[in-house]
Design a protein around this ligand. Structure first.
Ligand code: 4AD
Ligand code: MG
Length: 428
């Protein structure tokens, strides 16, 4: 069996391809069957005069999404979807499809999400998810090329990774367990074993917010580097994000075109990225007539205003401690703040990375755990890392769906994960 993607190697020969019927048009004694095989589209031309009556009957009665195999001579045709046409000599039915719920017309998004298991086959969804897959590969390649070791972290945990507010709790043989909000605390423990490490997997947050940037299950890649400070951390992040974007531009041109993504803003994504401290950002927001009180966390609207000042992703660094998680290192130059950064994507896509230097002083870390009212017993093992060979280290987490939404220019991140989980959605 030949794959549609490789048809250009078979021009002039007769081959068989297999897949699903995207479209059927019958014009008198000629029919056009557009077949999708998962690697591309090809148009089969069926002429009544050239095939048996059975084949003509079958070919002209195919329903959308029926599974078929067809055989014919391959020729180039710039006007045909996929750039090739096949002059069919045979069509075989593998499975006839019932009436397909998704028709070539406008459907409401809730209807499409209810049929996500079928919606995946549509061209915009295919394009978006292929970019996701390429971005995942780019992530692994970048880190592998730089000697990072991948360390898989648990999904069932006993300690709260980020904050108590957004936990999924479950019963674990009579004990409380949580779905991991992050793999960070675990990946930090692997630093003394491998120096540069990362985890990449699904993370869970019981987000009650219904926004275009929130899922309850999302994928996050979290690199962690021993002996890296907060500036090293931002340097790594800008290199990482630039690499990912360049890879998508290089290998997903076709998909970005289908998605009608203007590549121009993505082509600007090269280091260095602008960096602005939280305090500077607050001053400038106020000066420009956006009232904002120092000490609060920046919201989506504030982030959009700030990102509008620049033409590429921007780092906002050193937030007030009270707006951030317990594990961030106190800034020795202004102890109200911590050594951290958020990377804000352009064009309104918001925060795609949260990173920080970690608190490596045992007593200060313990004080922060207590201040946050976190159960100390659950963190004994994490505190051990500050007792047995503590070391300066930094890391970050990049949200996969937000990053891919930005790269593909899709409005809502729910389209960039195969089966989105949101406050009102657990199926399919
Ligand atoms: O800023 P966050 O909460 O950072 C952490 O979890 C750290 N432990 C990471 C680390 O330092 N190792 O989340 C990191 C990123 C965000 O910038 C965002 O891209 C994504 O994860 N994210 C979400 N994506 C989709 N839906 C949600 N509900 C998200 N919450 C965070
Ligand atoms: Mg964050």
């Amino acid at each position: 069996m030949v794959l549609v993607r490789s048809l250009n190697e078979h021009v002039g020969t007769t081959v068989t391809v297999s897949g699903w019927v995207e479209q059927l048009r019958v014009h008198g004694k000629v029919a056009f069957i557009v077949l999708r095989d998962g690697t591309g589209l090809v148009q089969g031309v069926l002429a009544k005069a050239e095939v048996s009556d059975e084949v003509w009957e079958l070919g002209t009665s195919l329903t959308q999404e029926s599974t078929i195999r067809f055989t014919g001579a391959v020729r180039e045709d710039a006007r045909a979807p996929g750039g090739h046409e096949m002059g069919l000599t045979d069509v075989a039915l593998v499975s006839r499809s019932g009436e397909y719920p998704i028709q070539p017309k406008e459907h409401g998004v809730e209807f499409l999400l209810d049929h996500r298991h079928l919606w995946l086959r549509s061209s915009l969804q295919r394009a978006g998810l292929r970019v996701r897959s390429e971005v995942q590969q780019a992530i692994h390649d970048f880190l592998y090329e730089r000697d990072f070791v991948r360390v898989d972290t648990p999904i069932l945990t006993g300690s709260i990774g980020e904050s108590a507010g957004t936990l999924f709790e479950t019963d674990y043989f009579g004990q409380k367990a949580f779905l991991a909000q992050t793999g960070q605390l675990y990946v930090e423990s692997a630093c003394p074993a491998f120096r540069k490490v990362y985890c990449f997997g699904p993370t869970f947050r019981a987000e009650k917010s219904k926004t275009r940037r929130h899922l309850t299950e999302f994928w996050m890649v979290e690199p962690e580097v021993a002996f890296a400070d907060s500036d090293d951390n931002m340097n790594l992040q800008e290199e990482f994000v630039s690499y990912i974007v360049a890879r998508a531009l290089e290998r997903c041109g076709e998909e970005l075109e289908i998605l009608e993504r203007d590549p121009a803003p993505l082509e600007l994504v090269v280091p260095p990225f602008p960096r602005i401290s939280y305090s500077e950002a607050v001053e400038r927001l106020n000066a420009e007539g956006h009232p904002f009180e120092w000490g609060n966390d920046l919201g989506a609207t504030d982030e959009t205003v700030i990102s509008g000042w620049f033409d590429r992703p921007v780092f906002i660094y050193n937030y007030p401690a009270k707006a951030k998680a317990f594990y961030m290192k106190e800034n020795p130059e202004d102890t109200r703040t911590v050594l951290c950064d958020d990377l804000i994507a352009p064009e309104g896509y918001g925060e795609i990375i949260g990173g920080s230097q970690r608190e490596d002083d045992h007593d200060r870390l313990l004080a922060r755990i207590e201040e946050e009212g976190l159960p100390r017993e659950a963190y004994d093992w994490y505190l051990d890392l500050r007792k047995f060979g503590s070391f300066p280290h930094s890391g970050f987490g990049l949200g996969l769906e937000r990053t891919v939404a930005w790269i593909t220019g899709r409005h809502h991140i729910r389209e960039l994960i195969p089966f989105p989980r949101m406050i009102n959605r657990l199926t399919p």
